[in-house]
Ligand binder design. Structure first.
Ligand SMILES: Cc1cc2nc3c(=O)[nH]c(=O)nc-3n(C[C@H](O)[C@H](O)[C@H](O)COP(=O)(O)OP(=O)(O)OC[C@H]3O[C@@H](n4cnc5c(N)ncnc54)[C@H](O)[C@@H]3O)c2cc1C
Length: 454
């Protein structure tokens, strides 16, 4: 069969290599190829240089379908890690790696896969006739195909003419600002919550540190988009001042311990969205067209789920294509599977992130509603009975509903008045002052207060 893939990011490359390995004739088209040398700007993928951690599902899928890419990733320095998960013991927990390192491993390996062509171009739209998709249009030129895979990511628009809009979620009220650093030779890491990251929940915002390969790490400030003053974190002076003001970050970014690798990287608003395969006329799918990856399920990166959910989808799609001779018929069963296995993660994030933003504005734990998953996890610190359910959720071996049986235990904890303590560091109001003081030394005007949405 001839397969045309829109996008050669993780979803497009993994799907393309697996289908080419099955003897199909595959072309993956991307507008944004890596340069022969130097930094890959990746303008269409805003998160490309932002912090990523990789769950074990990612390496497991590569080992199963594309071991050469896993070997290439390890060769570039990806570091396997383990977690001690309550109820599960010590288990593989994924890999430390920068996204850039991961995607370069996939890309260079994909370029050697027989039957897979990676073409540079912009996909303008899809070709269709008799109610079935027949190919794509690349920079005005038709490319015929029996199956079109839309792997165009969260920002892809090329199949919008055929595909119904997202049914769940939207912007979640948070944005990332981050920066990459590297530990100096022999320097010990700063504080860690687990082998991959340090998570600090402060009064009105969140701080994350993700460890990557070979001593690289990212410092991430997660800010509410409604607080305009925190947009100024994109200025180096403000970002540095905040790193000095949060004690855990001061330890990580101490110039004696680490040097900067990138500029400060402001990110756009984060989204949680679920978009099924339905077409614009309300039919469950368009024959010959399947969307995968972030084009289906986008979750905020706080739990680092995106590449894992992407690869799990592709494994499912491959299994369907292995048993269905006509690719026009995989859309419906794939959509059903995504509805059962992907949509719950998006819904979980919508509830969790929305409630976190509400609490950042001073709201208390809301006991009139089902507790969001992060609050259930936090209550395990004082109610050991909750731990029996957290392993399946944290590892994504089970769906978020695995926390339902222990939600009443967590509710009891919060009803008693207990609340998770904030990590040591300035509140958001104090953070605004830190930012304003830092900017006053640069001559840049500081923004005041709330009311913005970007
Ligand atoms: C700030 C941030 C941090 C994240 N951190 C993590 C993390 O820690 N762990 C994790 O697992 N996930 C993380 N994610 C999610 C992860 O980045 C995505 O899940 C992943 O990129 C999805 O891959 P994809 O191939 O579906 O889409 P993308 O990576 O977006 O790739 C889509 C590709 O399609 C191309 N394209 C789109 N339209 C066209 C067109 N018309 N013509 C030609 N080419 C086109 C684009 O150029 C791009 O190459 C994070 C996301 C964000 C926003």
């Amino acid at each position: 069969m001839r397969v045309a893939i829109i996008g050669a990011g993780p979803a497009g490359l993994f799907t393309g290599s697996a289908l080419a390995g099955r003897g199909h004739d595959v072309v993956a088209v991307d507008r944004d190829p890596p340069p022969p040398a130097g930094r890959w700007a990746r303008r269409g993928v805003m998160q490309f240089h932002h912090a990523h951690g990789f769950r074990p599902q990612v390496a497991r899928a590569l080992r199963q379908e594309w071991p050469a890419a896993l070997d290439a990733w390890l060769e570039l320095g990806a570091e396997p890690i383990t977690f001690d998960v309550p109820g599960l013991g010590v288990v593989p927990a994924g890999h430390r790696s920068r996204r850039d390192t991961f995607e370069r491993a996939l890309r260079t390996t994909a370029e050697t896969v027989p039957g897979l062509t990676i073409a540079q171009g912009h996909v303008d739209g899809v070709l269709s006739s008799d109610g079935r998709v027949r190919g794509i249009v690349v920079d005005g030129t038709p490319v015929e195909a029996d199956l079109v895979v839309d792997a165009s990511g969260r920002a892809g628009r090329s199949v919008d003419r055929l595909r119904a809009p997202a049914t769940v979620g939207g912007p979640c009220g948070m944005a990332y600002v981050d920066r990459q650093y590297r530990l100096r030779d022999g320097a010990e890491p700063g504080p860690l919550s687990n082998p991959l990251a340090w998570q600090a929940d402060l009064d009105g915002y969140q701080v994350l540190v993700f460890l990557h390969e070979r001593g690289h790490f990212s410092v991430v400030l997660v800010r509410p988009t409604a607080d305009a003053a925190l947009k100024d974190l994109r200025h180096e002076a403000a970002f540095d001042a905040v790193c000095r003001a949060v004690p855990g970050l001061a330890a990580w970014t101490d110039p004696d311990r680490a040097s900067t690798v990138t500029d400060v990287l402001p990110g756009g608003p984060l989204h949680n969205t679920y978009r099924g395969q339905s077409d614009r006329d309300g039919r469950p799918y368009t024959p010959g067209l399947v969307s995968v990856g972030d084009a289906v399920a986008t979750t905020t990166p706080i739990f680092g789920r995106g590449v894992a959910t992407t690869f799990l989808q592709i494994l499912r799609l491959l299994a369907l294509l292995d048993t269905e001779p006509d690719p026009a018929h995989v859309g419906e069963p794939f959509d059903e599977w995504c509805g059962q296995n992907m949509r719950p993660w998006v819904a979980d994030h919508v509830r969790m992130d929305g409630d976190a933003v509400r609490r950042w504005e001073g709201g208390d734990v809301d006991l009139t509603r089902h507790l969001p998953s992060d609050l259930i996890l936090a209550a395990a610190a004082v109610e050991p009975g909750i731990e029996r359910a957290t392993g399946g959720y944290v590892s994504m071996i089970e769906l978020p509903s695995c926390l339902d049986p222990v939600e009443p235990l967590a509710r009891g904890v919060y009803a008693s008045g207990w609340r998770p303590a904030f990590t040591d560091g300035p509140s958001r109001g104090e953070l605004r002052e830190v930012i304003a003081r830092a900017l006053s030394t640069t001559g840049l005007p500081a923004r005041a207060g709330l009311s913005s949405s970007t």
